[in-house]
Design a protein around this ligand. Structure first.
Ligand code: NDP
Length: 358
């Protein structure tokens, strides 16, 4: 990462009234941030030339504001479809990060504290605090802060809500999850095991399959190398699936549907196999299976249950601390490598959560 241009800092007399936990600094120069923008809307799979690195000058924080420095940045599949609906060319790439407060004029966020924020692909950011969430106060010192973007962050919550709220999974049931070795998938499988289920996971490499078995998945296979996906799914669960945690969509989904059991539940979390399509994929259509097996298929977004986030994050952290929830990350070094990390994740380079260390 190009270093943050820290200039001369001096104690400010303007904040003599401020409590000690707010370090009051002024700077003689503006902070310089780097930002990655969407130069051109993606057509098919993203390319290097779709992104542009720019510099931005940030003014000094005013009362109530804080200056943040990125520590870890997230690259997630949703950035691909959301870029089309939420962004115009030239916008800063969307995304969440863990950042450190380096200047503060806001009591809630003292210098040195860490927050999560959806401020996009930026090295530095000036915030009025309204969009910041402090990392849990009980966060253990030896636990990487990057987990606030993964197992104990949005992907962990997605796994939890998909299983509990959407699938309403019960002990003794059989669950299938695809993209199983990714950020959401590894948490889905482990929570389902904690709940007494049989878990089948599919992923795209032998290393990923080995990792899933290490995590305690009952069955795992490489969907890219099996002779027949249908046969592999049948072999893994001859009596079929009660719950299907859907991350992939498209053809994969069409093969799973006939293998659902009566009154099965499908949590439609993602459809990554379709995000880079230039032409929409066509059926087979799900209606006969849905009707005759009386299935329930429900799409969901993790943001549906914000009131549950604080308690849910504590629960995920407690499981992690008790050794019940393992995690893994694919860390790319350097803010300059954000596009490469993003494209690598879409291709399947990652085991566990893909993050960038700024
Ligand atoms: P992952 O960490 O799982 O990374 C993406 C993975 O998808 C890759 O590692 C790759 O693994 C797999 N993949 C890529 N292309 C294909 C393909 N054509 N077919 C099958 N698998 C493919 O990402 P996340 O865990 O962050 O996200 C998983 C899913 O959950 C995504 O669909 C995402 O959009 C969705 N999501 C939804 C949320 C919600 O609120 N609804 C919130 C968060 C995520 P492999 O090597 O196995 O192919």
């Amino acid at each position: 990462m190009v270093p943050y241009q820290i200039t001369t800092f001096k104690q400010s007399s303007a904040h003599e009234h401020a409590p000690a936990l707010i370090l009051s600094w002024t700077r003689s120069n503006m902070a310089q941030a780097q930002v990655w923008t969407l130069r051109k809307h993606f057509q098919g799979f993203p390319k290097n030339t779709d992104f542009e690195l720019k510099e931005e000058k940030l003014p000094e924080p005013q009362n109530g504001e804080v200056l943040l420095e990125a520590v870890f940045l997230s690259v997630d599949p949703y950035m691909r479809p959301y870029s089309r609906v939420q962004m115009k060319e030239g916008d800063v790439m969307i995304g969440q990060q863990v950042a450190r407060v380096i200047q503060s004029k806001n009591l809630k966020f003292p210098v040195g504290s860490h927050v999560t924020t959806h401020c996009g692909w930026r090295t530095h950011y000036l915030s009025n605090g309204s969009d910041l969430v402090l990392v849990l106060p009980e966060w253990p010192k030896n636990l990487p802060l990057s987990l606030a973007l993964g197992a104990i962050g949005m992907p962990g919550l997605t796994a939890l809500y998909g299983l509990e709220e959407v699938c309403q999974i019960k002990s003794g049931e059989t669950l299938l999850v695809n993209a199983a070795a990714g950020a959401v998938g590894i948490i889905v499988g482990q929570i389902a095991k904690l709940k007494g289920c049989k878990v089948v996971g599919c992923a795209g490499s032998e290393d990923k399959v080995a990792f899933l078995k290490q995590l305690g998945f009952d069955e795992a296979f490489n969907y890219k190398t099996v002779r027949s996906l249908e046969e592999a799914l049948k072999k893994a669960a001859p009596d079929g699936y009660d719950c299907y945690f859907e991350n992939v969509g498209g053809h994969f989904s069409s093969v799973v549907m006939p293998q659902m059991r009566e009154f099965g539940r499908i949590a439609v979390c993602g459809s990554i196999s379709m995000y880079n399509d230039t032409e929409p994929q066509k059926g087979p259509y799900v209606h006969p299976e849905m009707i005759f097996k009386q299935l329930r298929m429900e799409g969901f977004l993790v943001h549906r249950w914000p009131h549950k986030h604080p308690e849910s994050l504590k629960r995920l952290l407690a499981w992690q601390q008790q050794g019940k929830l393992q995690w893994r990350e694919h860390v790319t070094e350097g803010f300059v490598n954000m596009p490469a990390a993003f494209m690598g994740m879409l291709k399947g380079d990652n085991i566990g959560k893909a993050v960038v260390k700024a």
